[in-house]
Design a protein around this ligand. Structure first.
Ligand SMILES: [Zn+2]
Length: 107
């Protein structure tokens, strides 16, 4: 593994840690904190905030999934290769978006 990839692994693991902390603040026991029932739409402000938290938590969980996939690609040696066209992803793009699996042309 190149030193560059070691740096990327470190930044991916740091990003995953930060994301998991944010998710933990939005969830209870690993599940999104949804205390909805059938009439949640009538609850106004509270429901709106819960809805925003749900969207945010899903966004964060999606990002964690992308980070973990990138870590998996580091493990299996396919990191840095575009999943669409198979060309190399530039080092600049990897540094800016370490979790990406697509080159600039396929982004
Ligand atoms: Zn590509």
């Amino acid at each position: 593994m190149s030193e560059n990839h070691a740096d990327i692994r470190t930044s991916l693991e740091a990003e995953r840690g930060q994301l998991l902390v944010q998710i933990d603040e939005l969830t209870v026991g690993g599940e999104i904190n949804l205390d909805f029932d059938d009439d949640f739409a009538d609850r106004g402000q509270v429901a709106g905030e819960q809805g925003e938290n749900q969207v945010l938590a899903l966004t964060l969980q999606t990002q964690v999934m992308l980070v973990e996939r990138a870590l998996g690609r580091l493990d299996d040696g396919t990191y840095g290769t575009c999943s669409v066209c198979g060309n190399a992803i530039s080092a600049e793009r990897q540094a800016a978006l370490p979790a990406t699996d697509r080159c600039i042309n396929d982004a």
